[in-house]
Design a protein around this ligand. Structure first.
Ligand code: FMN
Length: 475
């Protein structure tokens, strides 16, 4: 059995799924995806979406720049009726890179402008935009903030690979301070300010980002942290509960709340120098350093706490939950099943279909436990043009409300238009999951401290940018 995508037809893919004992289903008659989806007081005109995909291409002060506009407008024209706007920092020190978007008073007009142009592009292409739902993802990058790490707790494995001094490659020392309760309390208010700005700008919803091991995601796993934001489930959810409470106090129900959560953080992986395959870094058992895992066997997902979290968020009035898992920094095969690793990265230690299935299963279980909540699913892109058929099957089977793609959307921004009009996707437009976008994200050796990212194989704008980033690595 090959780990690579070399299916001649859908039957080959179905056979591989069966041979691996997985439960991914494919439906070729596109019906359910065309149905509108009610999200709070909004209606999305179809069940296809675009995940937050940052392009690391803002200005140094966090405003959208030329390539940011280009990406958003292409997404607007693409036919998806739910666009989940990219990671936008609520505070300068919480940016993941020097070109990440930043929401503040100074940038609000620019964010309003990009939103307006995205809607306008959608209207011009699709005839209407009253059924297009667009939100913004609010974030603090925590451990992965680009200037210095903000850690919720000391992690015995990740502290060794998180650098406090990138130039000298100095890892986090044992006496490095964790973010204080005081810092977190003040940060809650910063989130509320960002939420108010988002509402005034005109976003339909905000995402209080709790995924991919950034600060709020790390807080959910802060079992070893002392004080009121650590330890018990109640304490670990205090930060997000407080933010929601404060937003409701200020805005009532005027702003729709959504969140992208990790339902499984997974273990940190590294490359085995002999096989190039990813292998878990040595880890202790029990393993109290991650969310959504079985502490006695951290290779296994345990949805007990993620289910409690979804219930709590739903009860607090969150209308849409986007399910994700893993970390782009230490277990990329979990967050986004891939064909080829990025330079320096490891080869997938599992068949990527197993990764796709892990996403679909966890999402399906959550959707089935909360049938009235809008659940957005991840993990489709590796399936290339067959992703449309998996999306149709999952929506039909009520294992997800909206199927969305990430890498697939920067390769093929109008995948929904093709999918819904032709009932198929073009094999020569889909994402090949070969890692150029991640390589660009990691390329920081230029004047601005960050190269923009996009789809090198499918979008010729990024070919010279990639060339330049390669040259910068040699310099
Ligand atoms: C270049 C790039 C940028 C991304 N930006 C974000 C982001 O801003 N916020 C987020 O939650 N996830 C982000 N992701 C993760 C994707 O949204 C998505 O979860 C992941 O790629 C898996 O979905 P896929 O298989 O459809 O690509 C990014 C991924 C890539 C490769």
């Amino acid at each position: 059995m090959s780990k690579y995508f070399n299916y001649k037809n859908i039957e080959d893919l179905r056979e591989e799924i069966a041979n691996l004992g997985l439960s991914i289903r494919l439906e070729t008659e596109i019906k359910a995806l065309r149905e509108p989806v009610k999200i709070g007081n909004f209606v999305a005109g179809n069940a296809l979406g675009i995940h937050p995909m940052e392009g690391c291409d803002g200005t140094l002060n966090g405003k959208p720049d030329e390539l940011t506009y280009r990406r958003w407008i292409r997404f607007g024209q693409g036919g998806c009726k739910m666009i989940w706007g990219e990671a936008t920092a609520v505070i300068e020190e919480g940016r993941a890179n020097s070109r990440q978007l930043l929401i503040n008073d100074a940038n609000a007009k620019n964010l309003e402008d990009i939103l307006t142009k995205t809607r306008q592009a959608h209207r011009e292409e699709l005839g209407r935009d009253d059924d297009l739902v667009i939100g913004l993802q609010l974030t603090h990058s925590g451990r992965f903030s680009y200037k210095k790490p903000f850690i919720a707790f000391h992690h015995p494995i990740l502290d060794k690979t998180t650098l406090v001094d990138k130039k000298n490659k100095t890892p986090i020392p044992n006496d490095y301070p964790v973010v204080s309760d005081d810092y977190l309390e003040k940060l809650e208010d910063t989130y509320v300010e960002a939420a108010k700005l988002s509402y005034n700008i005109g976003f339909d919803f905000i995402d209080i980002k709790q995924c991919h091991t950034y600060l709020l995601s790390e807080l959910l796993a802060a079992k070893t942290r002392k004080g009121k934001y650590g330890g018990s489930f109640e304490n670990r959810t205090r930060f997000v509960r407080n933010i929601i409470g404060k937003i409701k106090n200020e805005l009532g129900d005027k702003l729709m709340l959504a969140t992208r959560i990790n339902v499984y953080d997974g273990l940190p992986y590294q490359k085995d120098p002999e096989t190039n395959l990813g292998v878990p870094r040595p880890y202790p058992v029990p393993y109290p350093y991650a969310f959504g895992i079985n502490e006695m066997d951290p290779l296994q997902v345990d949805l007990t706490e993620p289910m409690m979290l979804v219930k709590l968020l739903r009860d607090l009035g969150v209308k849409m939950v986007n399910i994700s898992m893993g970390s782009p920094y230490f277990n990329p095969h979990i967050i986004r099943p891939f064909e080829r690793p990025t330079i320096d990265g490891y080869e997938s230690p599992e068949h990527p279909l197993i990764g796709v299935d892990r996403h679909f299963r966890a999402t399906g279980e959550i959707q089935q436990a909360f049938p009235d909540l809008v659940i957005v699913g991840t993990g489709y892109t590796w399936l290339r043009h067959y992703l449309l058929y998996a999306a149709e099957a999952n929506v039909r089977d009520k294992k997800v409300s909206i199927a969305a793609v990430g890498r697939g959307a920067i390769a093929y921004p109008d995948y929904a238009k093709d999918g819904l009009t032709l009932s198929k996707l073009a094999p020569d437009k889909v994402c090949l999951t070969v890692g150029f976008c991640t390589a660009l994200m990691r390329a920081q050796n230029n004047k601005l401290g960050q190269f923009p990212t996009g789809c090198v194989p499918r979008d010729k704008v990024y070919v010279p940018i990639y060339g330049e980033s390669k040259r910068s690595r040699r310099d």
